[in-house]
Design a protein around this ligand. Structure first.
Ligand code: SAH
Length: 351
C-alpha cells in the first residue's frame, strides 16, 4: 500500500467517498505524497515523455510563433512570457534560446512559471537560471501586462469529475471503498444542468474539469485587455467523450486506483469547454499538432539539423520528428488552440 493510499482510505472511512477530482488532486499534488510533488517524472527513465523532451524543435518553433505574434502586436515594451506547468523547464529554455535573435524580445520579457510542484520548481530553477524567472502558484497571479503564454500537457493534469447516466438519471462517480480498497462507486441521482448531459444511453460517462474553465477565462481576460497570446497544446479533442481517465507508470498504463501518488493521472482535454470559457471570438480553430508544426516549418528545420547528424543520433532525430508529427503518433492525438485577440493576425501555425 502506498502512503497516500493509506491516508485516503482513512479519510474515506472517516468522512465518506470523495469526488474523482478530489482524488486526482491528492494523487498528483498532495504536498508530501503527490506524484508531481515527489519526483521528476519525465524522460526515458521516468513515466512518460512530452514533446519538448522529445526534440528541441518543438520549443524552437513555438518560440518563433510567439515572437512573431509579439512583433505583429507592435512589440510591447514589457510583457509576461509565461508557462503553465513547465515540467523540467525544457520548453521555456528552447523558446528563449530560439528568440535570442529577435531584436528587443529578451529586453522586454518577464519570465513567469506557474508550477505547483516544489521538486519541479527546483529543476526549472537550474534549467532557466540565466533568465531569472518568477514562480507563481496560479494563473490568477499573472501581472496586468501583455501575456504570451504556453501550456503543453498542463490541462490534461487538472482534476476531472465523471458523471454516469443510469436509468434514474445522472450520478456522479465517487471514489469509495470496496472490501477495504479504493474503488469507484456512484452518488445519488442529481440534476445536471451542463449541456453535455444530453445522452439517454445507460452507462454514458461525461467528464467535467472544474478548474480548466476559470483558468481559460482568466487568460482570455488578460489577453483581451493587454494583448498577447496563449497557445495550449494537449491531448484531447473538441469535446472529450466518455471515460478518458488514464494512469501511466514506467511508460505503461495501469489501473488509476492501484498506486495512488505513484502513477501519472491524466484525462483528455475538452477544448470546447476552454473555448466556451475564453469566448469563441478570441479562440483559433482547433488544430492538429502535426499540421501546426508542419506549418511552422518542422520538416525543413529537421532536414537542416539532420545534415549535422549521423548514426544513432540521426536515427533518434528522425524518430523524434516522426513522433511529434505523424498521425500514428502525436500528430493528430495532440491538438493546439490559441487564445489571441480577433483583431490581431493569428499566430503562425494556425490556418
Ligand atoms: N509542460 C511540461 C510538463 C507537463 S507535465 C512538458 O511539456 O514537458 C504537467 C506539469 O504541470 C508539471 O510540471 C506539473 O507539476 C504541473 N502541474 C500539474 N498540476 C498543476 C497545477 N494545478 N498548477 C500548477 N502546475 C501544475
Amino acid at each position: 500500500m502506498t502512503p497516500l493510499e493509506d491516508l485516503l482510505i482513512r479519510r474515506i472511512r472517516a468522512t465518506g467517498p470523495i469526488t474523482l477530482a478530489d482524488y486526482m488532486a491528492e494523487c498528483l499534488l498532495h504536498p508530501k505524497h503527490g506524484y508531481y510533488s515527489t519526483r521528476d517524472p519525465f524522460g526515458a527513465g521516468g513515466d512518460f515523455i512530452t514533446a519538448p523532451e522529445i526534440s528541441q524543435m518543438f520549443g524552437e518553433l513555438l518560440g518563433l510563433s510567439i515572437a512573431q505574434t509579439w512583433l505583429d502586436q507592435g512589440s510591447p515594451a514589457r510583457f509576461t512570457l509565461a508557462e503553465l506547468g513547465p515540467g523540467r523547464g525544457t520548453l521555456m529554455a528552447d523558446v528563449l534560446r530560439a528568440t535570442k535573435g529577435v531584436p528587443g524580445f529578451h529586453a522586454a520579457v518577464n519570465v513567469v512559471l506557474i508550477e505547483a510542484s516544489e521538486t519541479l520548481r527546483g529543476v526549472q530553477a537550474k534549467t532557466l537560471a540565466a533568465y531569472a524567472p518568477t514562480w507563481m502558484d496560479s494563473a490568477a497571479d499573472l501581472p496586468d501586462q501583455p501575456l504570451f503564454l504556453l501550456a503543453n500537457e498542463f490541462f490534461d493534469a487538472l482534476p476531472i469529475d465523471q458523471f454516469q447516466r443510469g436509468p434514474d438519471g445522472w450520478r456522479q462517480r465517487m471514489v469509495g471503498l470496496t472490501d477495504g480498497t479504493l474503488s469507484l462507486g456512484l452518488a445519488d441521482p442529481m440534476p445536471c444542468p451542463d449541456p453535455r448531459f444530453t445522452s439517454d444511453a445507460i452507462g454514458t460517462v461525461v467528464e467535467l474539469c472544474p478548474s480548466a474553465a476559470p483558468i481559460a477565462a482568466h487568460l482570455a481576460g488578460l489577453i483581451r485587455q493587454h494583448g498577447g497570446v496563449a497557445i495550449i497544446i494537449d491531448y484531447g479533442g473538441w469535446r472529450s467523450k466518455g471515460d478518458t481517465l488514464q494512469a501511466l507508470r514506467n511508460h505503461a498504463p495501469e489501473n488509476p486506483f492501484a498506486n495512488p501518488g505513484m502513477a501519472d493521472l491524466t484525462a483528455h482535454v475538452d477544448f470546447e469547454a476552454l473555448a466556451v470559457a475564453a469566448g469563441f471570438d478570441i479562440c483559433s480553430p482547433l488544430t492538429d499538432q502535426g499540421a501546426f508544426l508542419t506549418r511552422l516549418g518542422i520538416h525543413p528545420r529537421a532536414a537542416r539539423l539532420a545534415t549535422r547528424l549521423s548514426g544513432q543520433a540521426l536515427e533518434n532525430h528522425l524518430t523524434a520528428t516522426r513522433r511529434l508529427t505523424h498521425a500514428a503518433e502525436m500528430g493528430t492525438l495532440f491538438k493546439v488552440m490559441a487564445i489571441c485577440p480577433a483583431q490581431c493576425p493569428p499566430p503562425p501555425g494556425f490556418a
